[in-house]
Design a binder for this molecule. Structure first.
Ligand SMILES: Nc1nc2c(ncn2[C@@H]2O[C@H](COP(=O)(O)OP(=O)(O)OP(=O)(O)O)[C@@H](O)[C@H]2O)c(=O)[nH]1
Ligand SMILES: [Mg+2]
Length: 447
């Protein structure tokens, strides 16, 4: 079966850069692709806002309907206002997108690049005669398909139910489909009520299950607290999992796809250092991430919240990296990770033209640069991470008597010796080590 074909719809509101709309539609196309749809065309329009009941003016609505084979007219819609007839359309109109649809390339789905209200969804469906999805709907569908761990699956289900609840009627809830043709309108209505109650009950149940999981993982987390941890965070497709793979030797799923990773994984930095440093790979962020997902992923990202260092991975080769960086910073703040020590890490530097890396560093002098595909560069990144943690260790003095040879061995292997002084009774070290290692060394020196 050929993949469903999608026609993308974008609105250019006043003050928005047309290039920004194009980039956003490109990204939406990649999201559709991830979901197994083939984005075949685009319909864009300049509009004063995205709130009109029918979203598009009359002409553009007909253009869209030509893609889908619909009537281009909203049936049983609310009374049409002047605005909905498109009479306020900007004289400075965007030209129609090239490649208007020949019959055989018809689209089976309309995908709108922002959030639609339930009534906008209904009206567009009526005028186009096909399924209508908005950006949030697409993202939530991807998450539903991809989530693997029990926790991630429950979180996605919760987001999905919250998204669905107000749209049950428009999306044709399960009962509508099941009862199609059997019940009259009245039966459909009570079916809808039934669905609403089922959804509400299920939301409550999922919340309870999530809470139970959270409580057990809370215990797990406490045990982990003394270790040093670095979390890879950033926009989707920036290369977090690729870095995870090279930094730890783990085999996470890497793909040139949006939202390849949905679960948090933790591995030991390799080659191992003492004490070990753990590396966490996390779900990627995207602009306009549905709030229900941000909220539900907060606990998945909890592991990142304990990290001593957030490596904010950015695709240095993506012209939109600044906007993507801003999205990540904003989501980090929303999940309560805004104040953690954070370093900007430009990845994919192997793809940059000569001189571009220096320009990035001139713009962001505190940033680090790397390329996940280049082992030498990842080795350098490994060292920087180790140094970062070493520098945050307190510097202390420790005296070890000559009779405590084992303690001297431990000092050598576990701590970083800054200076040593050989005395008659033993060695006085000036060293750096994390507090828990220090406690162990002090005990060994006394024993
Ligand atoms: N050339 C080049 N490609 C890279 C580099 N790092 C990652 N990639 C590619 O970028 C794509 C995305 O990589 P991932 O590691 O899956 O990205 P991610 O940040 O984990 O993405 P999500 O899990 O979707 O958030 C893959 O096709 C990688 O092969 C790099 O340093 N150089
Ligand atoms: Mg990933």
């Amino acid at each position: 079966m050929s993949p469903p074909r999608a026609v993308l719809v974008g609105i250019l509101v006043p003050g928005r850069d047309p290039q920004d709309l194009e980039a956003s539609l490109d990204e939406l196309g990649r999201l559709c692709d991830t979901l197994g749809m083939d984005p075949v065309g685009r319909v864009t329009q300049r509009r004063p806002g995205t709130g009109a009941a029918i979203l598009l003016g009359e002409g553009r609505l007909r253009e869209l309907a030509a893609w889908t084979g619909g009537t281009g007219v909203v049936q049983r819609g609310p009374p049409r206002t002047r605005a909905d007839r498109g009479e306020e359309e900007d004289p400075d109109e965007l030209p129609p997108e090239p490649g208007a649809p020949p019959g055989e390339r018809r689209a089976d789905v309309v995908v709108v690049d922002h959030e639609l209200s339930p009534s906008q969804l209904r009206n567009l469906k009526s005028a186009t005669g096909v399924e209508v999805l908005d950006r949030n709907g697409v993202i939530i569908e991807i998450f539903s398909q991809r989530a693997r761990s029990r926790e991630a699956r429950l979180q996605v289900e919760l987001a999905r139910l919250q998204y669905l609840a107000p749209r049950l009627r428009e999306l044709g809830g399960p009962s509508e489909r099941q009862r199609g043709g059997i019940g009259g309108k009245g039966a459909g209505e009570s079916g809808l009520e039934l669905d609403r109650r089922k959804v509400r009950d299920r939301i409550a149940e999922v919340r309870r299950e999530l809470k139970a999981i959270e409580e057990t993982s809370g215990v797990r987390r406490e045990r982990r607290q003394e270790v040093r941890q670095v979390a890879l965070v950033g926009y989707t497709n920036a290369g977090k999992s690729s870095l995870m793979r090279t930094l730890t030797g783990a085999e996470p799923y890497v793909a040139d796809q949006l939202f390849a990773t949905l679960d948090t994984t933790v591995r030991r930095l390799s080659p191992d250092v003492s004490p070990s440093i753990l590396v966490t790979d996390t779900v990627g962020f995207i602009k306009d991430l549905p709030h229900s997902l941000v909220a539900s992923f907060r606990s998945t990202l909890d592991a990142a919240l304990e990290a001593g260092l957030l490596l904010h991975v950015v695709d240095a080769g993506d012209p939109s990296w600044r906007a993507q960086e801003a999205v990540t910073v904003q989501v980090l703040a929303e999940i309560g990770a805004g104040d953690l020590p954070r370093v900007l890490l430009f990845n994919k530097c192997d793809l940059l033209p000569p001189g571009a890396e220096d320009a990035l560093l001139a713009e962001r002098p505190d940033a680090w640069t790397t390329a996940a595909h280049d082992p030498a560069r990842v080795a350098a990144l490994h060292d920087r991470i180790v140094q970062h943690f070493a520098a945050t260790d307190p510097e202390v003095e420790l005296f070890v008597p000559w009779s405590r040879g084992a303690a001297m061995g431990l000092v050598r292997s576990l701590a970083r010796v800054e200076a040593e002084e050989f005395l008659d009774e033993g060695v006085r070290y000036r060293l750096r080590a994390p507090p828990e290692v220090l406690a162990r060394l002090q005990a060994a020196a006394r024993a």
